[in-house]
Design a protein around this ligand. Sequence first.
Ligand code: TXA
Ligand code: MG
Length: 522
Amino acid sequence: METKIFSTSEQDIEKAGEIIRSGGLVAFPTETVYGLGANALDSDAVKKIYAAKGRPSDNPLIVHVAKKEDIAPLVKEITPKAQALIDAFFPAPLTVILKKSDIIPDATSGGLDTVAIRMPKNEIARKVIAASGVPVAAPSANTSGLPSPTKAKYVIDDMLGKIDGIIDGGDCEVGVESTVITLATDAPTILRPGAVTKEMLEAVIGEVKISHAVLDELGKNEVAASPGMKYKHYAPKAKVILVNAEKADYESFVNSKTDAFALCFDGDNVKIPRVTYGSEDNDEAQARELFDALRRLDELGAKRVYARMPHKDGVAMAVYNRLIRAAAFQIIDLKKPFTIGLTGGTGAGKGYVCDYLKSLGFNIIDSDLVAREVVQKGSPLLQRLADEFGDDIIANGELDRKLLAGRAFSDKGRTEKLNSIMHPAIIDRCKELANGLTVLDAPQLFEAGAENLCYKIIAVTAPTEIRISRIKSRDGLSDEQARQRIAAQFDDEYYIKHSDFVIINDGREIKAQIDQILAKIF
Ligand code: TXA
Ligand code: MG
């Protein structure tokens, strides 16, 4: 098929309208992204959209109108809240879902009893719709699954030869698709965030919910409120991984990468090949540039992309929603204070793992050392311990550890009391010491409740007999003492169940195991 490239002249818009009216497909600019338009009331025309995009036919289309008066025939009823939104916002990057009228064919609504309605702000878009004389079904004008096109050249990349015409109307100013809100359910719910934010909507109609699929991955068998949410989306050919990190941590993280690209904010000090998408504090710029950036990464041949994560408020929620899908929900979270929590029973060989991680540049925090630091001479914690376990546990201002241990470990309740004083103080101090890529070396990681502060947890285990002989020679214990100490700790099964990775220290090559784990984490 020959695809005509149209300008935005009156004659070209007339021609484009005529093509749509007579059952053809024309792509045109809107303020959000380019749309691929067909007569929404003509099933055969609408089916051509699905074919050109390679789109699953159960994913409904948005019906676009040029005037507010054109909405009523498309829906069963314009509810009071719908009317309020139409009055307050239309024309806008906002799509409202209502119960559909009988003139909407199943092909357009994807078989649902609802229809999505939008009146675009972009004047060219409204002129094309008006020229066609029909309501216009228009999804984003990309091949299904790829980033939506924000420039005519990307529409040409995806659609040349597959549709009748493309109107070149320059760059789209919003850059992410319209906000989709359903009013067909009891509570108004945002199914897709966009430039019209939750706050803006709530100012007009009161409480608005956000479908959990906006920010979270759908469960395997979950039905999507908006069918579009279940499909792979916005994804470039490159594998994208989101990195949740402050600027400096992101920079040092990506600058250690080879063979990868950064998708970062303007001004990030990144030394690997990169594409930017707006500045950190400008949500609108991020929205405008994101899809273009994803397409440019493909043009540059990126295979692996580490993307700096935007925040989730206001318009940035739309940016996050698109990027998390482009990344297939893969996130590296460096904002947790500890990148890696390292734990394991006594004698399992954690020390060796720590040394190796240190040699790789990780900041190591030894919780045993911190446990000593927090009860140094004069510390307020020391006095709390004395209040609880007796003043004589302090001698010359120093903690008498043996005496404290004798009293605290005599029964379970006393042990718990000691832990409830010590653990929070130790964790707080460890958090203060965390800096960049940090390993928390903590035998009592789980007992202290620190697991949620770690991005990933690695446990080190070893066969019991190996551990016994290690701690006997290291700590000068008898066989029985060594066995008792091990019996007082979690067993291997516990560590395996609660950790992300387990290193088995039974003579196997440890470094290779660690290298493998790090490759999986990052
Ligand atoms: O900004 C936009 O909305 C662009 C421009 C071209 O107007 N259009 C657009 O259309 O993004 P599309 O088809 O790419 O995305 C429409 C989204 C899909 O996720 C679809 O599942 C959802 O809206 N949708 C459409 N009708 C629906 C309905 N009746 N119920 C629930 N979700 C619906
Ligand atoms: Mg789309």
